[in-house]
Write a protein that binds this ligand. Structure first.
Ligand code: IPD
Length: 323
């Protein structure tokens, strides 16, 4: 119920704020090449573009230790715990905290402030509480199911009609996408090829997007769509810990998410959710912001969300998703 969700949200906010100073301090001290320093970035699985720092591990430990004290029966999935143990995390209906202690680690080690702490809570496999905190920018995004989404206490989306328009074609949209950390020729050819088709002019068969941005943090990407600073976010291969919290924030800001098979969003009618609800354990994600109805056309905002998503998916359909 609402009171329980509010209590979970309050806990997550308090914890995010509590570890914020460690995040900011680590951001200042982390050195990419300082191999001997406790604050050096380490390559994961030998890939220097996919890195981890002592700050990632410290913050995840702190968050889980504190959450376990308050909610001893809950389950916990964290980027560092799960990725480093190599364990398959069991997905159950139990309340599960899904945490990325430093989303956008690559930005973090390059001192680019688009990086933050992502704390999500899923119940019955569905994300219901989300906190994305960017300590360096001091942006705190919060949401709980049915209770709205906020940035530092102000309701989302920040951009409102008439400034928040209703695009009627993909060529009127701005998109955030990510190229990810894979550096193999095959992956890059396909991903960068899709970027080119999205940007290319229409005479040459492109979608002629107004812009395409790579911000480097899936959690932040979702908050940008939620606040109305981008129309869509699309990525092949993010993990649940990257987007569980951001998904709730976007949903509560009137946005919708498509996981490759089903839609998820407060305004998504039941029949469009088939064959099943949004599955955050799948690594497919297309997110679209709230689109206001066109004047005199109730339901047109939702129809536009679907139309624009279909246009986007048609352009990127050959980009392989991870299993
Ligand atoms: C990554 C970032 C990146 C996205 C990747 C994520 P990490 O998270 O969110 O933008 O493209 O899919 O894995 O590794 O920095 O926590």
């Amino acid at each position: 119920d609402a009171a329980a969700l509010q209590a979970y949200l309050d806990t997550a906010v308090a914890l995010a704020r509590e570890v914020g100073p460690a995040f900011t301090d680590g951001f200042r001290r982390t050195g990419r090449f300082a191999a001997s320093s406790a604050f050096a970035a380490e390559a994961k699985l030998g890939n220097e573009a996919d890195c981890v720092t002592a700050v990632d591990r410290y913050i995840e430990e702190q968050l889980f230790a504190r959450l376990r004290k308050v909610y001893p029966t809950h389950r916990f999935v964290g980027e560092e715990t799960t990725a480093e143990s190599g364990d398959d995390y069991a997905v159950t209906d139990d309340p599960t905290w899904v945490v990325d202690p430093v989303d956008g680690t690559n930005n973090f080690v390059h001192h680019l402030p688009y990086t933050g702490i992502s704390i999500g809570l899923a119940i019955n496999r569905e994300p219901v509480v989300g906190v994305v905190y960017l300590p360096v920018l001091d942006e705190l995004y919060t949401a709980a199911r049915g209770l709205g989404a906020h940035l530092n206490g102000a309701p989302l989306p920040i951009v409102r009609p008439p400034a928040l328009t209703s695009p009627t074609a993909l060529s009127q949209c701005s998109l955030i996408a990510e190229h990810g950390s894979a550096r193999s020729a095959a992956v890059l050819e396909s991903r960068l090829g899709s970027f080119k088709r999205l940007l290319l002019d229409k005479e040459h068969g492109g979608a002629c997007l107004q812009n395409l941005r790579v911000m480097g943090s899936a959690a932040y990407d979702l908050t940008l769509v939620a606040r109305g600073a981008a129309d869509m976010y699309w990525e092949c291969g993010p993990h649940a810990w990257d987007f569980a919290a951001g998904a709730v924030i976007l949903r509560e800001a009137g946005g919708a998410l498509f996981d490759g098979a089903g839609w998820w969003g407060a305004d998504v009618p039941e029949h469009e959710r088939r064959p099943r609800p949004f599955d955050m354990w799948r690594r497919k994600l297309l997110a679209i912001r709230h689109i206001p109805d066109l004047p005199g056309k109730p339901g047109s905002g939702r129809a536009l969300q679907k139309q624009l998503a279909a246009e986007l998916l048609a352009v990127v359909q050959d980009v392989p998703y991870p299993p």
